[in-house]
Design a protein around this ligand. Structure first.
Ligand code: HMG
Ligand code: MG
Length: 297
């Protein structure tokens, strides 16, 4: 593998915390994100402006996004499902918003209470308003490699949703293995199809590690030319509307592999570990990542 710059997008404060039973106090979230900012990460998804009834763990989205320090060169992003969420995100001063939907119909219904067809115009309006406000927009496709309700997801459905997001003006589409079912062969096959239509630099990989396949899936993605990966420090996370989903690939473990391969990330592993120890203490339990377990033993 050729050594090259890799973009790591830290989603721990959003994807990591959204499914945790513990409510992390607002000031602790802010202090954690500030510590992440000091580690050299260039992109942090700090929260989510969804309905607080659906995701109580992030009910303090405005306070968090407005309260963090903005380090120069760091993009602070947040998830928004619609224009109501966008309004709150703009008021809190985020740099980028992420819109999201699922490749599979049932997961989309469970996650955002709409069919895919109903979702398109909502996201298109949200993206249009965000772009008009001078923000960049990112798009997520969930259940790319499998759906907890429908099982196999046809790659044509992934293409359709990805195309729709790009037409809305998103800068990048993040391909979500929501329930961590993908394996290296499948990642290779799906990327072979997608990369015939979309350039690698418009796509990102978002692996959950439910079956321990995330690192192998990153390696295959690197081999296929992918350079942007979402991850969550310590492996925090899951998806509340995907039964059995577990955390994202752990940023600390991912960094260990990437640096071992000679890839450049701009991230300082020691400062990142300090941020991991901070949130571990706040969670009151050992974090799941291998790196954190190794440094506890
Ligand atoms: P709904 O109930 O269908 O919404 O929820 P609605 O438009 O019918 O409105 C109902 C009420 O919600 C109204 O209030 C709205 O104002 C309010 P009322 O008039 O009843 O008082 N409302 C809002 N309030 C605050 N913020 C908002 C908002 N929108 C409407 N943005 C909705 C639709 C999308 C809002 C809801 O289903 C929801 O919040 N879902 C969030 C689900 C979620 O966050 N899932 C996890 C994130 S996705 C994920 O983790 C996957 C990913 O990581 C990639 C991967 O791994 O695959 C990204
Ligand atoms: Mg996710």
């Amino acid at each position: 593998l050729e050594a090259k710059p890799i973009k790591i997008k830290e989603v721990g404060p959003r994807d990591g915390l959204q499914n945790e039973a513990t409510f992390v106090p607002t000031q602790d979230k802010i202090a954690w994100i500030n510590a992440l900012s000091r580690s050299g990460l260039a992109y942090i998804e700090v929260t989510s402006f969804v309905h607080p009834k659906w995701i109580p763990a992030l009910a303090d989205a405005v306070e968090v996004a407005a309260g963090i320090e903005r380090a120069p060169g760091v993009t602070y992003a947040a998830l928004v499902p619609n224009e109501k969420g966008l309004e709150r995100a703009l008021a809190a001063g985020v740099h980028e918003v992420s819109i999201f939907l699922s490749a599979s119909e049932t997961h989309n219904l469970k996650n955002i209470n709409k069919t895919r067809t109903e979702t398109y115009p909502i996201l298109a309006e949200t993206a249009k308003a965000a772009l008009a406000a001078g923000k960049t927009v990112r798009g997520y496709v969930s259940t790319v490699f499998g759906c907890p309700y429908e099982g196999v997801v046809p790659v044509d459905d992934v293409i359709r949703v990805t195309e729709a997001l790009l037409e809305m003006g998103v800068a990048e589409v993040s391909l979500g293995d929501t329930i961590g079912v993908a394996h290296p062969r499948q990642v290779q096959e799906v990327l072979e199809v997608l990369l015939r239509r979309f350039p690698a630099d418009r796509l990102a990989m978002h692996f959950h590690d439910t079956r321990g396949m995330a690192m192998a899936n990153v390696l295959v993605s690197l081999d296929m030319g992918m350079t942007t990966f979402d991850s969550s420090l310590g492996g925090l996370g899951g998806c509340p509307y995907a039964p059995g989903a577990s955390g994202n690939i752990a940023t600390d473990d991912l960094l260990y592999m990437l640096h071992g391969l000679g890839m450049q990330t701009g991230i300082d592993a020691e400062k990142l570990q300090a941020a991991a120890r901070f949130i571990q203490e706040k969670m009151g339990r050992p974090l799941g990542s291998h790196s954190m377990q190794a440094c506890q033993s």
